[in-house]
Design a protein around this ligand. Structure first.
Ligand code: SAH
Ligand code: DHB
Ligand code: MG
Length: 210
């Protein structure tokens, strides 16, 4: 998308407050990777969460809490975000971000390997956002489908993996993981799915069947 158009959408629909700006600045200061979702992607997620009436949301890949703050802020009273992060340094930044945003009481941050934490979780979740490592995305897809209620929302970041998804010569595990996720999301009869071409692509689906 043309940058001026992105800026237009961002300014009108997804302006950041000082807390969100501060979280991004903290990533730079502490040398965390600058790979958080964008404001307009966050706002699309917010709209979809509202559409399914999400109260209990799971995120895989917290980083420093940027997406988590957007999600937690969008929840109704009593809502909860469970978010998984394996890097303790990232988790520490995220905890401070949740406190600064005033959402610490509705965020349940689990520090650990996604696979291990996922195995401890029980349905139902209203939405699952996958944004961690890419090679195991097929496994994460199956876990998400296990955890989602009927009518629940599946979200997965990096659907295009910087355009590499269509490069036939690229069979790196990251790219293969994204292709597997997209193939599963597109073909699973329990899902109505699509890709929103925002930033690096957001795969979306609603679980309409069990
Ligand atoms: N959702 C965040 C960005 C996540 S970046 C945002 O938009 O703000 C991906 C994060 O996933 C990194 O912090 C990384 O440490 C974490 N991660 C990667 N593989 C993981 C795994 N197997 N288990 C748990 N966390 C993992
Ligand atoms: C990158 C971006 C992401 O959103 C992500 O989840 C992982 C990596 C990147 O730009 O490298
Ligand atoms: Mg991502």
């Amino acid at each position: 998308m043309e940058e001026r158009i992105v800026e237009y959408v961002r300014a009108l629909f997804a302006p950041e407050d000082e807390v969100l700006v501060g979280i991004r600045a903290r990533h730079e200061k502490d040398g965390l990777p600058l790979i958080f979702i964008s404001p307009e992607e966050a706002k699309i997620i917010t709209v979809l969460l509202a559409a399914v009436g999400a109260r209990r949301v799971l995120e895989v890949g917290t980083l420093g809490g940027y997406s988590g703050v957007w999600i937690a802020r969008s929840l109704p009273p009593g809502g909860v975000l469970v978010t998984i992060e394996r890097d303790p340094a990232h988790a520490q930044v995220a905890l401070e971000a949740f406190a600064a945003a005033g959402v610490a009481d509705r965020v349940d941050l689990r520090v650990g390997e996604a696979r291990d934490v996922l195995a401890t979780l029980q349905p139902p979740f209203d939405a699952v956002f996958l944004d961690a490592d890419k090679p195991p995305l097929g496994d994460y897809f199956h876990e998400a489908m296990r955890l989602l209620r009927r009518g629940g929302l599946l979200l997965c970041d990096n659907a295009f993996i910087h355009g590499r998804v269509v490069d036939a010569g690229d069979a790196e595990p990251d790219v293969e993981g994204v292709r597997t996720l997209n193939r599963l999301a597109a073909s699973d009869r329990r899902l109505v799915s699509a890709i929103v071409p925002v930033r690096d692509g957001l795969t979306i689906g609603v679980k309409v069947g069990d």
